[in-house]
Write a protein that binds this ligand. Structure first.
Ligand code: AMP
Ligand code: ZN
Length: 469
């Protein structure tokens, strides 16, 4: 039985899907105006792991995660660069997908784009107007928050608290709304902005309506799990509930899951604070598997502080897993085949208990920290029980167990041959030294070795430059 902490009820609940054997899951994706930072990577890595675990447990998972490709920040960047907004969003969607691949995050079943779903948004806004949940003022459409009786149920606040406590709700340019708590569903374009025609104005949708529409289109009116970072609880998810439930009259999502922040020096890592590292920057120093491992080493509802020390210890911890897998692989290939002896069978059964330990941790609200502890117990067990004297079958069975658990966490047990920037720089320095010493054979060898890995060297007056092919 899988139990999930539900932000809605503030407690762990047994997971019961709407439809047996199936999971419908929606996770809010990034706004694409820049390279993603490692704070954005936390929900991506975590929810990818949730999906993998459900699949391991035999569920068919329909996983939808959007790209917000129309937004003030995208428009601002497009104006700065003097290119269409679409060029910015397309570029950063492509870059985000590269980062996801590096972190071994599988593509979602569907990655909808807000700009491709405008018709659905117009429909939903019209329905909200017909039902009296929305009103128009001079081309802007607002959601009438006080009309939705359950408003505040996710963030556990009542309307007066929200209104009193949140000055940010008084957004400039939205002073025509009836109530400070009302939020925008549609807004008129400004000069030079992308726009779509609507019954109310030429303009574009608000952010919240996107997710209500995309989850409805790809998953249906009711979904099992809705996820995202905890900063989205209010107002984004609260507003999604207000929109979707007012429209359908049904409960929108059964389980609301929110990851805690990735912090740096105990502050939320964010673009606006400027205290971030992009995933791309990290990839220049580490294999992104290390980043993935680092993220999963903490429970998703605990804040996680990013530091160089923790990355280094994640690197060596991951290295221990890969070394154990290498050893098992070596034994499996080189030892005598034959059949499992009694002792080996008993040991495999013992190792199986660690699989159960892993499952128990994951069943308990996806406790990846404890699940990783079970993986290390298995690594230790393999290291002490498999040796060159072991049979091939025994080693390959242990390897299969280890691989199974690593697969759920999205950790690849084979070492990548890929060269990191640091290794490249070191080889280039060695080549320069070899040339100085007139050891041209070694210098050529290094050039050839780098070329084989797709690194092209160029000797210039300012020194050696390199690029990836
Ligand atoms: P954004 O592009 O800001 O809308 O963020 C995309 C996703 O990343 C959302 O689910 C955010 O909650 C999440 N997110 C942003 N910053 C962090 C952070 N520092 N730690 C964890 N999650 C974050
Ligand atoms: Zn959303």
């Amino acid at each position: 039985m899988i139990r999930i902490y539900n932000t809605l009820s503030k407690r762990k609940e047994e997971f019961i899907p709407l439809e047996e054997g199936k999971v419908r899951m929606y996770v809010c994706g990034p706004t694409v105006y820049n390279l993603i930072h490692i704070g954005n990577a936390r929900p991506m890595i975590f929810f990818d792991t949730v999906r993998r675990y459900f699949e391991y447990r035999g569920y068919e998972v329909n996983f939808v995660s959007n790209f917000t490709d129309v937004d003030d920040k995208i428009i601002k960047k497009a104006i700065e660069e003097g290119v269409p907004a679409e060029e910015i969003s397309q570029r950063y969607i492509a870059e985000c997908k590269k980062d996801m691949e590096g972190m071994n995050i599988r593509p979602a079943t569907t990655h909808p784009l807000a700009t491709q779903e405008i018709d659905g948004m117009l429909d939903m806004i019209s329905t909200l107007m017909e039902k009296g949940y929305a009103y128009e003022v001079n081309g802007t459409v607002y959601y009438r928050t006080r009309r939705f009786a359950d408003y505040g149920k996710l963030s556990h606040k009542n309307l007066d608290e929200l209104q009193g406590g949140n000055r940010a709700l008084l957004v400039s340019g939205e002073d025509e709304k009836d109530d400070p708590l009302d939020f925008v569903l549609w807004k008129p374009k400004k000069e030079g902005e992308p726009y779509w025609t609507s019954p109310w104005s030429d303009g574009r949708p608000g952010w919240h309506i996107e997710c209500s529409v995309m989850s409805k289109k790809y998953l249906g009116e009711q979904i099992d799990i809705h996820g995202g970072g905890e900063d989205l609880i209010f107002p984004h998810h609260e507003n999604e509930i207000a929109q979707s439930e007012a429209c359908s009259g049904k409960e929108f999502a059964r389980y609301w899951m929110h990851n805690a922040f990735l912090n740096i020096d105990n502050h939320k890592m964010s673009k606006s604070l400027g205290n971030f590292f992009t995933v791309r920057e990290i990839s220049e120093r580490y294999d992104l598997q290390v980043l993935r491992f680092f993220m999963l080493s903490a429970h998703y509802r605990s804040p996680l502080n990013f530091s160089a020390e923790l990355m280094e210890s994640s690197k060596s911890a991951l290295g221990r897993i890969l070394t154990a897998a290498d050893n098992l692989r070596y034994i499996a290939e080189h030892a005598v085949r034959g059949t499992l002896n009694e002792e080996e069978s008993a040991k495999l059964e013992e190792a199986g208990k660690l699989i159960t330990q892993f499952e128990t941790a994951m069943d308990d609200d996806f406790n990846t920290a404890d699940a990783i502890a079970a993986v290390f117990d298995l690594v230790k067990y393999a290291n002490t029980n498999a040796s060159e004297g072991s049979g091939s079958l025994f080693a390959s069975a242990l390897l299969a167990q280890l691989q199974k658990l690593c697969d759920i966490l999205g950790i690849i047990t084979e070492r990548k041959e890929e060269l990191l920037d640091e290794d490249i720089e070191n080889l280039i320095a060695e080549r320069t030294a070899a040339r100085k010493a007139k050891n041209f054979a070694r210098a050529d060898e290094i050039r050839a070795q780098l070329l084989e890995k797709g690194i092209i060297l160029e000797d210039t007056r300012e020194g050696v430059k390199w690029k990836r092919a």
